[in-house]
Design a protein around this ligand. Sequence first.
Ligand code: MSP
Length: 651
Amino acid sequence: MNPKFYITTPIYYPSGKWHLGTCYTTVVCDALARFKRMQGYDVFYLTGTDEHGQKIEKAALSQGVDVKEYVDKQVDSLKKIWDLLGISYDKFIRTTDDYHEKAVRKIFKILYDKGDIYKSEYEGWYCTPCESFWTKTQLVDGKCPDCGREVELTKESSYFFRLSKYQDRLIDLIENNPEFLQPKSRRKEMINNFLKVGLQDLAVSRTSFKWGVKVPFDEEHIIYVWIDALTNYITALGYMGDDDSLFKKFWPADVHMMGKEIIRFHSIIWPALLMALDIPLPKKVYGHGWLLFGNDKISKSKGNIIDPVILSNRYKVDSVRYYLLREIPFGQDGAFTNYAFLSRINADLCNSLGNLLSRSTAMVNQYFDGILPQPSIEEDIDKELKDMANALYEKVVDLNDNLLIPEALSEIWNLINRANKYIDETTPWILARDKQNYGRLGAVLYNLIECLRIAGTLLLPYLPQTGSRILQDIGIGEVKTFEGNTKFGLLKGGERIIKSQPLFPRINIDKELVEMDKIAEQELAKENGINGAQKEEPEKEVKPVIQYEDFAKLDLRVGEVTACEKIKRSQKLLKLTVKMGEEQRTIVSGIASSYACEDLVGKQVIVVANLAPIKFCGVESQGMILCGEDESGNIVIIKPESLLPSGSLVR
Ligand code: MSP
């Protein structure tokens, strides 16, 4: 039986704000998964989306769309990016998948029945954008330690997970099992900043929003996002589902890969949950660094193109994969700049690799009509090249297994560069001047093509399109395994070698930088709707034709705003008191960016009076007021053309 390898990325928020940095985890995991598959492992590579929570609910609502519709659309577009980048995941889990929701409910109930989850009251400092509660000691200058924004002292009834109970076992796990949390620097951080400070029990339910999995025995409460999200790694394998054979086969995970900002959840909360469930722990949790644009993680304002789709379409997918895998020291932060990106393409992909392929295949075509000669006359100089090629696989495996991906690629390039030097040393074009040297010339070209075969094979996991192109051009079909394919001397001679077209076009860096600046500017302008550029037209939504009976279900009424206050925990929301005849309602409206309270009191509005109540930031909204948006994106309230009786029907 083949050994198994289970690797996961975090599940992604369906925010639509994906950039090159967001692709880092998936590209790295893809390379590792492909590598293991070629080593003969039975691989399960999991990725997916983290779709519940207040932020998503609000994002959908602010666009006036149904939340499920909103996340479906986002997931489609994320999957398209993964397809473009060649991400070979075996399963894509969505936390809105029915089987996941069912399993999460069961897990919550098991933990509750065991006494590891209990109900109490929570008082803490809440950061609305991050949906996180913090203790006072965790705040930085009184603000959210993750995003630096204002936090609010909040009290609510909540279910708690007994995280504190697992403190000693967690310290023991991290201190005495160095493989578990990597790189090393993250271990210190977790021990000193969290575990030794003392773990608090964790609030694991919310009542402030509806978009999530309900606590099975108390439906007012929504299971908070980390329990819902983290358990994806086991529910995807069928844990607590109808068929748990994948769970039996693949759990525990071999690697949970993620960016460093979420390592705390994966190295403290996740193992504690697994301990509570009596499930073996993952073998490794790895927190990689960030891809930085300028000084931060996602800035679009630095003139860099950071859209993976634009970069992949303009410079080829493998240029993007190569940059991410080669340029960022694994485990540390690394920068993206247009210049460094273009330089890598020119130096490594176009010059070193591209030239080796085009020169070697061109010479086989020019001197041997495209048929690979058999190796014959050997000289001492060949030995170093052959030894290097023969030793490459073991070196790359070792580096790859230790997650030294840039080093593994660098090792492959050592062979590529050595082969280029070998061309200069053996000067095949001079050998070709005399027919008597054709034996030696054939051997030189054979050696070069063998190096390309080995390099191309080892490149397959990292740069799948480039690896296959090389192998195709040198007359080899699909290569699916390393076994039997990484040692020198496999080709027999007689293979048809195609005269290769350039693998990557050579870039005029100065000119291209100017082009990239223009593209980045256009992108930024599109996003901001400035500099005369058109803000991207939102796709026109074609709604189905409805019958009058459907329209008649709406209870639209004229109301008058009698009071208004800002909701402290939100930048966007206002709490309105609206009078409709004798009746008075509280309505929460996301119009604070365009209206101040004093503009609203006394105004007539149109109210959707029979909309199901929903809570925003803990305030129940009993209806909605109708608004439109002007060309600059300002919200405009819809009101009667002249005053109408309060509470009267709108038809
Ligand atoms: N939904 C949570 C994860 C829950 S897992 C149980 C989440 N999602 S995310 O969409 O914000 O992030 C997904 C991955 O993208 C994370 O690994 C994150 O670190 C990574 N990256 C996002 N921006 C990044 C960079 N600029 N650089 C490298 N990776 C970064 O967190």
